[in-house]
Design a protein around this ligand. Structure first.
Ligand code: DAH
Length: 345
């Protein structure tokens, strides 16, 4: 009996040592310490031994049982620790990985530039007016003093919808539309931002681009008012030190007309690659509204005068941000777009 008990003890110890997971340990427990296990069987067979040996064997059974139970508990803790480690290893949680950040969008550089231009003029008291992108020959050309045989039409290769309807080639038709809708109200003081279309396509010209038109009509408006407004705009846009320069030019809808340059935004007028060594950048066309245009708008050129201007937004944005290819604005490359303003830029 004693030998039998010691054999059971040895076997159980070996089995406990060999069990490497909770399920295996539980099997060992049932087999040796369970209700129908080996030790219970020994206790049951106590009846068959002489009564005087019973206490000794009984004590031995209890000792073996206690010893196995404490060994089982020890193994259980070891096995559970090992299982936990295996589980963590399998889940592969790398707490050093950066979190998933949801990035807010950024304003498109053209929209941002447009908003800035509008802001400056709104602060000077201009209202924002708009007109259709699909325009009639009359508003786009005729009413602006560009008759059908006028060579100035060649400067604006157009997309025609039909003989008399086209995609507007500039925002100037809004001048006529606005004046006709408001004459004889004074003052007329508007800017008109929007898309325009021309049959051009190269690194500095896109078939669709943005312009901002300006028009102020009132009693006694002079060329000096035009210069003052444009200088104030240029300084608000590019900094207080900015200068402007007006060169004589020609537009059918203004007389006199001028090309307006701003001192180079890159070199400040010293001369660099961007201004091609001249120190000046051409940014817009302007002039005093032609009497015919005022008349077509419903105003009497003997009583009122006005100035007008038109600027290309892409060009202004390209100069502002140092962008050398206009097509970047429309390519929707997120790496390009993310570089402009906004939270998370
Ligand atoms: N409409 C002209 C263009 O697209 C720009 C322009 C020049 C507008 C002079 C004006 C102006 O109002 O006075 O080329």
């Amino acid at each position: 009996m004693r030998e039998e008990l010691l054999k059971i003890k040895q076997e159980a110890e070996k089995a406990l040592a060999a069990a490497t997971d909770s399920a295996a340990l539980e099997q060992v427990r049932v087999r040796y310490l369970g209700k129908k296990g080996e030790l219970t069987k020994v206790s049951r067979s106590m009846r068959d031994i002489p009564p005087e040996e019973r206490p000794v064997i009984g004590r031995l059974v209890n000792e073996v049982k206690a010893s196995l139970e404490s060994l089982l508990e020890e193994r259980r803790q070891e096995v559970e620790r090992a299982e936990k480690e295996r589980r963590l290893g399998a889940e592969v949680i790398d707490i050093t990985l950066p979190g998933r950040v949801r990035r807010p969008g950024t304003p498109h550089p053209l929209r941002a530039t447009l908003a800035e231009i509008e802001d400056v003029f709104i602060r000077m008291g201009f209202q924002v007016a708009t007109g259709p992108e699909v325009e009639t020959d009359y508003y786009n050309f005729e009413a602006l003093n560009i008759p059908s045989d006028h060579p100035a039409r060649d400067m604006q290769d157009s997309f025609y919808i039909s003989r008399d309807v086209l995609l507007r080639t500039h925002t100037s038709p809004v001048q006529i539309r606005y004046m006709q809708a408001h004459a004889p109200e004074l003052p007329v003081k508007i800017i008109s931002p929007g898309r325009v279309y021309r049959r051009d396509d190269d690194p500095t010209h896109s078939p669709m681009f943005y312009q901002v038109e300006g028009l102020q009509v009132d009693h006694g408006i002079t060329f000096g008012d035009l210069k003052g407004v444009l200088l104030a705009w240029a300084r608000a846009m590019y900094g207080e030190g900015t200068r402007i320069r007006l060169r004589p030019s020609y537009f059918p809808f203004t007389e006199p007309s001028a090309e307006v340059d701003v001192s180079c935004t890159m070199c400040g007028g010293e001369g660099c690659r961007v201004c091609k060594g001249t120190g000046w950048l051409e940014v817009l066309g302007a002039g005093m509204v032609h009497p015919t245009v005022l008349r077509n708008g419903g105003y009497d050129p003997e009583k009122v005068t006005g100035f007008a201007f038109g600027m290309g937004v892409e060009r202004i944005a390209m100069l502002k941000y140092g962008i050398d290819d206009i097509r970047l604005f429309y390519a929707n490359d997120i790496r390009f777009l993310r570089q402009f303003g906004g939270i998370g830029a």
